[in-house]
Design a protein around this ligand. Structure first.
Ligand SMILES: *Cc1c(COP(=O)(O)O)cnc(C)c1O
Length: 457
């Protein structure tokens, strides 16, 4: 049997989990079966059923600590890593990042509420969004959560609220720096085509108009240039541009104390991915800010960054059970699992690639077995893997997909009225529920049949 080197045999980078495909506690036990966080994956499914989201606590904590540690090591001023909660928002995740001393960013009242319920202190929460509702803005102001102003519409409403309350409101602004990132290159554009933030060329007008307000106090600037980025140059350049913007703001009398460079560090989904470590990423940003500040005689601002994917993605796996097989001779073998695009919309949305293994035989990748792993939804594009090599699979076997901690659960849907999977946390051989499995009847909770239809029947 031909065998390629299993990615499960690769050395694990404990300090920078984003450089691994698998959670840092992954192992293949003496019986040849997969375990994560000291828990047998087979037993987890026996107890909690499938499909199942699993998060590994050690991987999560190591990722948070890597950001804290590197900022402390490389940046002489104050700093705060802020978890971008859209990657995976839950009361549990809010609580975990907060216990590690991270802040949190939110883009809706739902995410804000989740953060507050999870115990994130309000002064460590920032509120983003390109179309905040009045209700959301009022919720944030009432809870003393700092708002990142994205556009004039935000600015006008915050000015009105601060005037009506007759007290000062601290704000940050988001701008688009004109740096566009691709996976292997980046290009500069005069004006970045984005729905988010103020164009950099508009900032002087903005600084002047914030000066005219009675109660708005501009304390910080923010930019976010993209996601799943493997190069360091874009963030090096961004940090430099941001220091220049602080100097510009100064000319208008604004004392900018906070510099937030956004998120974007990539993770290793497949063997060909090679992202920088968290340490290297933070070092690049820190050095760039330090250099630009020293050159311009500027005090070091509080340095903030907003990692999402690189905090939670590698900590997460999804376990599916194999059902139907369909062999189309000479073409391909479809293997269908009990989940798909409703629990992981990334393959159908972005053609994203993942790594996977058979839970009962994780090291074995037989090049004769090329399976196309399909989801169970009524959509031909609901395919999680095209032609993946796995050990011999049969109905009832379990498949583990790695790197699903970010943008899976948080982007999940109930398409085809399929209930969301349960999510569990594993650590030191213990498993705990962090999100209950939905049931089909849960999905009917908000359906309403108008009275006159009930009478008709
Ligand atoms: C999405 C996003 C992030 C996080 O991006 P990752 O690539 O997951 O690190 C941070 N900040 C803002 C404003 C975002 O929109």
């Amino acid at each position: 049997m031909e065998e390629k080197k299993s990615f499960l045999r690769q050395t694990i980078d404990l300090e920078s989990p984003n450089k691994n495909i698998v959670p840092v506690t992954t192992s293949v036990e003496v019986d040849g079966k997969l375990s994560v966080g000291g828990c047998s994956v087979e037993e987890l499914v026996r107890k909690y059923d499938s499909p199942l989201y699993v998060l590994d606590e050690i991987t999560l904590r190591n990722s948070c600590r890597a950001y804290k540690k590197a900022l402390k090591k490389y940046y002489p001023g104050k700093s705060l890593p802020i978890y971008a909660s859209k990657a995976n928002s839950s009361i549990f995740m809010s609580n975990l990042v907060s216990s590690e001393g991270l802040g949190l960013d939110a883009v809706s009242e739902g995410e804000l509420l989740t953060a507050l319920k999870g115990g994130v202190p309000n002064e460590k929460i920032v509120f983003h969004g390109n179309n905040k509702s009045d209700k959301e803005i009022q919720f944030a102001v009432r809870n003393n959560i700092k708002i990142i102003v994205d556009n004039d519409f935000d600015l006008k409403r915050l000015e009105a609220i601060s005037n009506s309350l007759n007290h000062d409101l601290e704000i940050m602004i988001r701008f688009t720096p004109g740096i566009e990132c691709h996976t292997h290159e980046y290009i500069r554009t005069g004006s970045f085509d984005s729905k988010f933030g103020f164009g950099i060329e508009y900032l002087n007008i903005l600084f002047a108009s914030i000066r005219e307000t009675k109660h708005l106090k501009l304390t910080g600037i923010h930019a976010h240039i993209g996601s799943q980025i493997f190069e360091l140059e874009p963030h090096n350049d961004l940090s430099e541009i941001m220091v220049k913007v602080i100097l510009d703001a100064k000319k208008f009398g604004h004392n900018i104390e906070e510099l937030n460079v956004g998120g974007g560090l990539g993770i290793k989904y497949t063997e060909s991915d090679d992202p920088p470590s968290i340490d290297e990423w933070v070092k690049t940003i820190s050095n760039s800010v330090i250099k630009a500040c020293q050159k311009n005689n500027l005090d070091f601002p509080t340095l903030m960054c907003e990692p999402g994917r690189s905090i939670v993605s590698t900590a997460g796996i999804t376990i599916y059970k194999i059902g139907a097989f369909k062999e189309i001779p000479g073409i391909r073998t479809y293997l269908s699992v009990d989940g798909g695009m409703s629990d992981n919309p990334r393959p159908i949305t972005y053609q994203s690639n993942y790594s996977a293994c058979l839970v009962s035989n994780p090291h074995n990748f037989n090049s004769k077995n090329k399976y196309t792993i399909a989801g169970k939804h009524c959509e031909s594009g609901d395919v999680l893997f095209k032609e993946i090599e796995l050990a011999d699979c049969k109905t009832g076997d379990l498949i583990c997909v790695f790197g699903t901690g970010a943008y899976n659960n948080s982007m999940s849907s109930n398409y085809n009225r399929i209930p969301r999977p349960a999510a569990i946390l594993v650590c030191d051989g213990e498993a705990e529920i962090i999100q209950k499995r939905e049931s089909p009847s849960d999905l009917l909770k908000y359906d309403v049949l108008p009275d006159r239809f009930i009478k008709q029947n």
